[in-house]
Design a protein around this ligand. Structure first.
Ligand code: HEC
Length: 112
């Protein structure tokens, strides 16, 4: 298990540096488990009204979080089936995130 974690961590870092970001997957995991898993699920598998986050790129996740933080519902609508009646359930969860939090969350979730 330790070895697997190390491999996942290393490949995540490679992906992050390819995008020119110094994302911290461990910090992303901690934040995800504290602030996101209750709705999106421990494995980001989604449940009911809460969208599945696996299979989305780190960039997609960080961009969507930025739109929730900034209240940009129109941009969310352009990204997919977002920014509608469930927008207000998600927006407060992004309000307190810094840019590096969003990058770290994107890096962690996209590597699940
Ligand atoms: C209270 C429940 C709840 C919590 C906690 C929550 N979310 Fe969400 N999230 C939602 C809902 C509901 C939506 C769909 C909103 C919409 O339709 O715009 C969503 C949408 C999203 C999306 C867009 C999904 C897509 O399809 O692109 C992302 C990314 C996301 N959440 C990430 C997070 C992260 C990261 C956290 C933790 C910081 C988090 N969420 C915490 C309920 C939650």
């Amino acid at each position: 298990m330790k070895k697997l974690t190390a491999i996942v961590f290393a490949s995540g870092l490679a992906a992050a540096s390819a995008q020119g970001m110094a994302a911290d997957i461990k910090a992303g995991k901690k934040l995800y488990e504290q602030s996101c898993a209750s709705c999106h699920g421990m494995q980001a598998q989604g449940q009911g009204m809460f969208p599945k986050l696996t299979g989305k790129s780190a960039e997609h996740i960080a961009t969507a979080l930025g739109h929730y933080k900034n209240g940009n519902q129109d941009a969310l609508k352009e990204m997919g089936d977002l920014g509608g009646s469930n927008y207000a359930i998600m927006a407060p969860n992004a309000a307190g995130l810094s840019d590096s939090d969003m990058e770290n969350l994107g890096a962690y979730i996209s590597n699940l």
